[in-house]
Design a protein around this ligand. Structure first.
Ligand SMILES: Cc1cc2nc3c(=O)[nH]c(=O)nc-3n(C[C@H](O)[C@H](O)[C@H](O)COP(=O)(O)OP(=O)(O)OC[C@H]3O[C@@H](n4cnc5c(N)ncnc54)[C@H](O)[C@@H]3O)c2cc1C
Length: 378
């Protein structure tokens, strides 16, 4: 239902940004306001000009809930002082809870909460999730996170930037074992698989056939000179990556020997697509490749027509709305690919278009809150 709302509204909401908010565009559909902070500055300027009052360095602490269970305001703190803001409605939009390690361990498990690098905002500590819970909200899929690969500079990692090249290579763990069918696993599944390896760490190697087939993809890798190691032999490549040359050489020999009719039978796991022997120098490698948490994906169940928060009995909670990452955008359960449990669930609109869902749900929540307030005042 929520996904349908997103699909039905996203075009109109983007037009609203262009026509009403006057977000500047370059004619190709891209805003020239800039990403992240640029976009924020524009929205801030527009909201200020229209008289919106914003409080900075202020933390939302808890909801004010009346005897009938309706949300009527918010307790907030600033410079150690706590105060109440009375309101006809509250929209929770505090992002995910990846910044609270304890909460992450409790819901997503020790492997994700402690072993995985954090690249999402550490300021999002799940305050909104806690408030929604206190108000009796139905919270779903809190164990599902968006996990992706990252390199030493916390970039998007080879499985994102080398989309065609990585399937032609092989991933290995610290025991020099393959653990995933590189030819079919998508970027995030690889990240999840790495999270399950000893030390939550892996390496990736490919030969020059892969580079020659996709030279532009290779050349575009950010900070390639520092991150991609290149050498004339596998043993030398291993030395440059500070790992045991015998281990890596044995792995490559065994892998090459198992290649037959476009398929590799091992070692450890079959490879079914983009199968090439690693026999064309120079060889290229990344080590380590680590999994990283972007943000959590589970959260409050909301009504698809209004973004009003729903309680465990399926009833709307009066005065409470939610938007953005705090909303449960995860569908299904974590699933398995080649025996690898994917923490991301059956993917999620918020991972593929998080800014879009924040726009759609934020605007819808605001419109609904205003409508209900106006009704109350009549
Ligand atoms: C590394 C990375 C890359 C991404 N790339 C993309 C991309 O390419 N495209 C895309 O569409 N999306 C992308 N996303 C996702 C996108 O950033 C999010 O989906 C989007 O920002 C969610 O918006 P939000 O308003 O729900 O949360 P946020 O943007 O996280 O905002 C939440 C805000 O709430 C504040 N806050 C938290 N607690 C409190 C409190 N108690 N009181 C007051 N304020 C509080 C936080 O400081 C923060 O400013 C990416 C995310 C990450 C981490």
């Amino acid at each position: 239902m929520l996904l349908r709302t997103y699909c039905e509204r996203i075009f109109d909401d983007c037009c609203w940004l262009r026509d009403d908010i006057r977000l500047p565009y370059d004619g190709t559909g891209r805003t020239t306001a800039g990403l992240g902070i640029g976009l924020y500055k524009w929205l801030h300027k527009t909201a200020s000009e229209r008289g919106v009052r914003m409080l900075f360095s202020t933390r939302a602490e808890s909801l004010v809930i009346d005897g009938a269970g309706a949300v009527t305001g918010l307790r907030a703190s600033r410079n150690g002082e706590t105060f109440v803001i009375e309101a006809g409605g509250v929209i929770l939009a505090t992002g995910g809870f990846q910044g609270d390690r304890e909460m992450l361990v409790n819901h997503a498990g020790r492997l994700v909460g402690e072993d995985v690098i954090m690249v999402g905002s550490p300021d999002n500590t799940g305050d909104g999730h806690r408030m929604a819970l206190e108000a009796g909200a139905d919270m779903r899929h809190l164990d599902v996170c968006h996990v992706r690969t990252t390199d030493l500079y916390f970039g998007q990692g080879p499985s994102r930037y080398l989309l065609h090249i990585y399937p032609m290579g092989i991933y290995f763990n610290r025991n020099f074992e393959r653990f995933i069918d590189e030819g079919v696993a998508d970027s995030d599944t690889i990240a999840n698989a790495i999270a399950l390896q000893p030390g939550s760490s892996a390496g990736l190697i490919f030969d020059d056939k892969a580079r020659q087939r996709y030279p532009e993809e290779y050349a575009r890798y950010p900070r390639r000179e520092q991150l991609i190691v290149t050498a004339g032999s596998i043993a030398e490549l291993a030395e440059k990556m500070y790992i045991a040359p015998e281990g890596l050489s044995r792995l490559v020999e065994t892998f090459n020997a198992s290649v037959e009719n476009g398929r590799a039978s091992g070692p450890n796991i079959a490879k079914t697509h983009a199968v090439v022997r690693l026999d064309t120098p120079p060889y290229h490698g990344f080590h380590p490749v680590r999994p990283a948490v972007n943000h959590t994906l589970g959260g409050a169940v909301v009504d698809g027509e209004s973004c009003q928060v729903v309680d465990k009995k399926g009833q709307l909670i009066a005065g409470l709305y939610a938007a953005g990452t705090l909303v449960n955008w995860a569908y299904g359960r974590p699933y398995q690919v080649n025996g690898v449990t994917s923490f991301k669930g059956s993917y999620h609109a918020g991972a593929t278009s998080g800014a879009g869902i924040a726009l759609v749900s934020g605007r819808l929540a605001a419109q609904s809150a205003l409508k209900n307030l106006t009704k109350k005042m009549r």
